[in-house]
Design a protein around this ligand. Structure first.
Ligand code: BGC
Length: 620
């Protein structure tokens, strides 16, 4: 075998004589697969610098337990370049000089054999930012090979503690192990192997297909002045209550039920594959942080959700009549992110979100939907992942991805049931801000510290989606997952759209004059004044992105601007009231909502017309 060419970080690692059986994930992350020092202590550590700027960085760490189940863990490492951890999540952090200690958080102390937990943090550095070369888990160095189970051969297992005397550990000597070079062993990296997905699904269900045009939305759009120009755009079908499966005769959704839409999709097929998007949106206690889209199932009605909703939908989708369709399901907008940001001691917590976290019904429901729908070979599940103005802070992103992973392993689901994630569902965040980057500085100050960005790591949905994708893969989702971005209402065109960057040297003025997203605050979500339709549905628009899609049908309200009686369970959320001064979730800002709005999901002609007039790219 040829001698190994190591880079700096790797060299220091081998110099410590712990490279036996090691694997290294090339790219941004360092993956250390270690021989267990004993059967009970084997571990693998993936240390991944997800983001780096001149003075700081964000890193995510995944520990995989290769030994016996662990109840309570401490991971330790030393930094070689003076890095300092500033804040972290999903763990409890301390640092003394160069030595870092991370203890488990209250909820992730147990790691079953073969399972992983992840945490993340922000740190500072000056100049060099090498990954640590050595990790110890519960005092034992992660030094082994995952496949080497010493219990197979008791002579492999020294009876004394091998950490006391490294010479007791024969695998410590890299020269004993000519297979040390991970680059010689591509099979060490399971995510590289595309054959691991046993399903018949294509990688990207939006490539080379026609997209289903919902005739009901199309008619509503065409009835508006100028609406003909978009009436043939594909929008998603929302199953927003049990009765929507059969069709519930609402003025906006007409009488078409799921079967009618699937039949129509088959009828619209002209030989090319046909993709239809269906939104699964009916969790018990839905919309726990807001009121406008409360649904019809009570917080404890998980049984009904399964039997009367998911099972019925799965039965219909599984009909062989529809097996040629590609059915992209959007799984439960807003639910899991709410369990991270709007609970517990957070200022933004709501009682309802605390209940849904506590009773587990969101996680159970999403897991069940993934598992049942994921069994159908032509269904592609995309889990809702909020948007950058919600989850784009480090202390939200890491824990949210962990929450997604938990749901993807609940109620019979596995990560194989997740085809990808969708961001910006029914929101207004720009796909990209064309006139500035989050890493720019103005007059020596970072854009990130402006009032608008407020230390977010992103200023648009696309970089957020790409980072979220990386993070998801790092915690255990499949490496070929793809992202969707709902661009139905994030165009921000019209006369107010800035044509280039501002020339101001005042940070806040620069950002406010340069940004295309004209909202008062990124936390504003209801019927936003000034918004326009965005990029039309497009397959493969950027790396890691399966498609831009129109999930929220433009012209359907986000919520009523005042209380309106209804039998759909919809409440009145003051974030839809243009006279309201906001709450802690939108920085106590004005809501920017349009007046005279009907309840969520109902047709809102004035909004449709504004969205059309402010479309970008422009329409007509
Ligand atoms: C509403 C749903 C509606 C969907 C699409 C949601 O905000 O709660 O009833 O189907 O928007 O317009």
């Amino acid at each position: 075998m040829k001698p190994v060419r190591w880079n700096g970080a790797m060299r220091s690692w081998t110099a410590r004589g712990i490279a036996a059986g090691a694997t290294l994930a090339l790219g941004s992350g360092l993956l250390i697969a270690a021989n267990p020092a004993s059967a009970a202590a084997g571990c693998e550590v993936d240390y991944n610098v997800a983001n780096q700027w001149p003075s700081g960085f964000t890193a995510n760490v995944t520990i995989t337990n290769l030994g016996d189940p662990i109840d309570g863990w401490t991971l330790e490492w030393d930094y070689a370049n003076g890095q300092q951890i500033t804040n972290g999540w999903s763990g409890s952090f301390s640092q003394s000089g160069s030595s870092v200690t991370v203890d488990n958080a209250g909820y992730n102390g147990q790691i079953a054999a073969g399972s992983s937990v992840s945490f993340g943090f922000n740190g500072s550095h000056s100049g060099t930012n090498d990954a640590p070369s050595t990790f110890t888990l519960n005092g034992v160095e992660c030094t082994g090979e995952p496949t080497d189970d010493p219990t197979d051969d008791p002579t492999d297992e020294p009876t004394d503690d091998p950490t006391d005397d490294p010479t007791d550990e024969p695998t410590d000597d890299p020269t004993d192990e000519p297979t040390d070079d991970p680059t010689d062993e591509p099979t060490d990296e399971p995510t590289d192997d595309p054959t691991t997905d046993p399903g018949e699904r294509v990688d990207n269900p939006f490539v080379g297909t026609d997209l289903y045009v919902n005739p009901v939305w199309s008619d509503n759009a065409a009835a508006e002045p100028g609406g003909d120009a978009v009436a043939d755009v594909s929008t998603a079908v929302w199953l927003d209550r049990i009765s929507a499966i059969e069709g519930n005769d609402s003025p906006t959704t007409g009488s078409m039920g799921l079967r009618d839409h699937l039949d129509e999709a088959v009828a619209q097929s002209d030989g090319d594959p046909m993709t239809i998007q269906v939104v699964i949106y009916n969790l018990p206690g839905r919309d726990c942080s807001a009121l406008a889209s409360h649904g019809t199932l009570g917080q404890e009605e998980i049984g009904k959700y399964k039997t009367d909703y998911i099972d019925v939908i799965a039965d219909i989708m599984d009909d062989p009549e529809y097996s040629d369709l590609r059915i992209a399901t959007i799984i439960e907008p807003d639910s899991l992110p709410n369990l991270v940001t709007n609970v517990g001691s957070r200022e933004t917590a709501t009682e309802n979100c605390d209940i849904m976290l506590e009773n587990g019904n969101y996680v159970e429901g999403v897991g069940y939907a993934l598992s049942e729908l994921g069994e159908i070979p032509n269904v592609y599940n995309y889990v809702d992942a909020g948007h950058h103005g919600w989850l784009g802070w480090d202390n939200n992103l890491g824990p949210s991805v962990e929450m997604f992973y938990e749901a993807a392993n609940a109620a019979g689901a596995t990560p194989d049931d997740v085809h990808g994630f969708i961001v910006n569902t029914a929101n207004y965040s720009a796909t990209v801000e064309p006139h500035f980057d989050v890493n720019d500085t103005v007059n020596g100050q970072q854009v990130r510290q402006s009032n608008w960005v407020d230390w977010n790591q992103f200023v648009g949905e696309q970089p957020f989606a790409q980072a979220l994708r990386d993070e998801a893969v790092s915690v255990g989702f499949n490496s070929d997952i793809g992202m969707l971005i709902d661009t139905s209402r994030n165009g921000w065109g019209g006369p107010e759209r800035p044509e280039g960057p501002s020339s101001s040297t005042d940070l806040n003025t620069f950002v406010d004059e340069s940004r295309i997203d004209r909202r008062i605050h990124t936390g504003n979500w209801c019927n936003q004044s000034g918004a326009g339709m965005g990029e039309r549905p497009t397959a493969e628009p950027a790396a890691g992105i399966d498609a831009y899609v129109w999930v929220k049908p433009p012209g359907e309200s986000d919520g009523s601007s005042e209380e309106i009686d209804n039998d759909e369970g919809k409440g009145f959320d003051r974030m839809c009231d243009p006279t309201y001064g906001g709450n802690v979730r939108n920085g106590n800002s004005d809501t920017g909502a349009l007046p005279d709005a009907p309840v969520s999901g109902h047709w809102f002609s004035a909004q449709f017309q504004e969205l059309l007039a402010n479309a970008y790219p422009p329409i007509n």
